[in-house]
Design a protein around this ligand. Structure first.
Ligand code: UD1
Ligand code: MG
Length: 453
């Protein structure tokens, strides 16, 4: 018996007040729907149908995968109608698992528990107890068996006191679901075709309906507005941080870190407050990230320290590098081992070999820097002539004085020394001191202008 997943994602999400369809709103840097697709794929399911409506093209473009079956629900006539749209191509013998594009925090473990508890031909619902069940469909039980779901708007005062609510997640045999959905009407307070009506029909057919309780509300929470989106964000962040802490990663404050992508950490990594990780980031053993850093799509080697307030993107470091405070590594910054990048330094598309230092107020772009080089404060690689980028090559053991312009293309031979304040436009031979300065002039008798009263 196979499994089909049907994900309802047709809603516009009016309460988001956004041009973006609800299921494309970002959670941990990825669309809500992407999280639901992740957990669906993690179940190893071959048939995943997504029922879309509002903003369908954008949704398909951003979340599309060859493994998905896209089903249009042109008009939103209710959850039962939505599921019905996906039924014709759903194999009769399959179990159907209904998920929602705006319920992104469900775990594979919970879904496996739900699926495991469902005998072939039976129906199971994922439920949860809420202190305040207002607005949700209530689970009506007769002892252990569920006998129906009653929507908040259709419930009696007595039924409204029930705290066990329907999360919407349901497992059911496909052919039975087809039959029941055909009989669902819209004679209710909202004039909608309710998926939940099939529960009463199942009970009427003598089928056992189980209510399986989720461990916590967060897992099954639906996202309707920006406040719930922010709540889900914190909940997911805490989950990610807890996983990392279980692996031994240290955090100054688990509540003040954001992981928007995949963060891989070695042993004895420590992360201080307000660190934001985006895309694929890996931190080597013993690396330390100080406060207020953004690190995107980068790989930092063993023992690397990132001091406060750096912006790092598309960069790699070897072992024992030190970056910042206030440094910017742009895509293609490749630091070898023991490299130091200091404050107010920008590095772009450049390789810097072992033990070299660029400590203050410098721009290095399109450059290749050898081992043991010291780049003085205020050095600029002038890589752009207004039309094209040119390269700067600096040999091993070069010492560059302060406030030097290196006008590319240019090559500094190994062991050379460049005097402070020089604008270097020609290649520099190995081992020599090179200066390019105008003569210092003293003007005797010169008077500084004074202000007139
Ligand atoms: C639904 C359940 C309710 C449950 C609650 C949990 C029904 C009738 N009620 O109520 O028992 O407690 O969810 O949050 O199922 N959707 C479509 N097409 C439609 C209608 C809805 O794709 O025509 C999608 C929506 O985008 C949304 C989801 O289905 O993601 C749920 O729909 P919604 O209208 O919010 O149902 P509720 O009234 O919240
Ligand atoms: Mg809802």
């Amino acid at each position: 018996m196979g499994l089909s997943i049907i994900i309802l994602a047709a809603g516009q999400g009016t309460r988001m007040h956004s041009d973006l369809p609800k299921v494309l709103q970002a959670l941990a840097g990825r669309p809500l729907l992407a999280h639901v697709l992740d957990v669906s794929r993690a179940l190893g399911v071959e048939d995943i149908a997504v029922v879309y409506g509002y903003g369908g093209e954008a949704v398909q473009q951003i979340c599309g995968g060859d493994d998905l079956r896209w089903v249009l629900q042109a008009e939103q006539l209710g959850t039962g109608h939505a599921v019905q749209q996906a039924m014709p191509d759903t194999p009769d013998n399959n179990q159907v698992l209904i998920l929602y594009g705006d319920v992104p925090l469900l775990t594979r473990e919970t879904l496996q528990r739900l699926l495991g508890a469902t005998q072939a031909g039976d129906v199971s619902l994922l439920t949860v107890d809420l202190d305040d069940p207002t607005a949700y469909g209530r689970i009506v039980r007769d002892n252990d068996e569920v006998i129906g779901i009653v929507e908040d708007k259709d419930a009696t005062d007595e039924e409204r006191k029930i705290i066990e609510i329907n999360t919407g997640v349901m497992v059911c045999n496909a052919s039975k679901l087809k039959t029941w959905l055909d009989d669902v009407g819209n004679d209710n307070s909202q004039g909608e075709y309710y998926l939940t009506d099939v529960v009463g029909m199942a009970v009427g057919d003598g089928i056992s309906v189980k209510g399986i309780k989720a461990d916590n509300w967060v897992e099954v929470m639906g996202i309707n507005d920006k406040k719930q989106l922010a709540e889900a964000e914190r909940a997911l962040q805490l989950r990610l941080v807890n996983e990392l802490m279980a692996q031994g990663v240290g955090f100054a404050d688990p509540a003040r870190v954001d992981i928007r992508g995949e963060l891989l950490c070695g042993k004895d990594v420590f992360i201080d407050i307000n660190a934001v990780f985006e895309g694929d980031v890996s931190l080597g053993d013993g690396s330390r990230i100080e406060s207020n850093n953004l690190i995107r799509d980068s790989k930092l080697g063993t023992g690397t320290i990132v001091h406060s307030n750096c912006h790092i993107e598309g960069a790699t470091t070897g072992s024992d590098c030190e970056i910042g405070p206030f440094a910017r590594l742009r895509p293609g910054a490749e630091l070898a081992n023991n490299v130091k990048i200091g404050n107010f330094v920008e590095i772009k598309k450049s390789t810097i070999a072992n033990g070299s230092k660029v400590n203050h107020l410098t721009y290095i772009g399109d450059a290749e820097i050898g081992t043991g080089v010291n780049v003085g404060a205020g050095t600029i690689t002038c890589n752009y002539d207004g039309a094209a980028k040119h390269r700067t090559k600096i040999g091993a053991d070069v010492s560059i004085g302060s406030n030097v312009n290196l006008v590319a293309p240019v090559e500094i031979g190994k062991g050379a020394t460049i005097g402070a304040g020089s604008t270097i436009t020609k290649d520099v031979p190995d081992g020599q001191l090179v200066l390019e300065r105008s003569k210092q002039v003293s003007v005797p008798g010169w008077k500084r202008p004074t202000k007139k009263n």
